[in-house]
Write a protein of this length. Structure first.
Length: 102
């Protein structure tokens, strides 16, 4: 079983990836696009990255707004796998998106 990150590790992760936040035990990030097609293009790219990594985020789509949530369900929390996936999404989709910072 994968090891859940400690509070100190989560703090370090959030400092390294400030666009992600911790909410209800998950890593969460939100994006807002100009329209539904922009949202869907982004989600399709996330799907490709997730398939390649073998790790799939929870995805919410609300017209032009997308929310990604990362958690390792089998470990019961956030693991290094989630941290790596957050970094990969942030890096690979940086120019593709207009992130919403709250």
């Amino acid at each position: 079983m994968k090891r859940v990150l400690t509070e100190a590790e989560l703090k370090d992760l959030l400092q390294a990836q400030p666009e992600w936040k911790l909410q209800e035990g998950k890593l969460i990030r939100e994006w807002t696009f100009s329209n539904f097609l922009g949202s869907m293009a982004f989600v399709n790219r996330v799907a490709t990255i997730a398939e390649e990594a073998g790790h799939h985020p929870d995805i919410e789509i609300h017209y032009n707004h997308v929310v990604l949530a990362l958690i390792s369900h089998d470990a019961g929390g956030i693991t290094r796998r989630d941290a790596a996936m957050a970094a990969k999404i942030s890096t690979e989709l940086a120019s593709h998106t207009s992130p919403k910072h709250e």
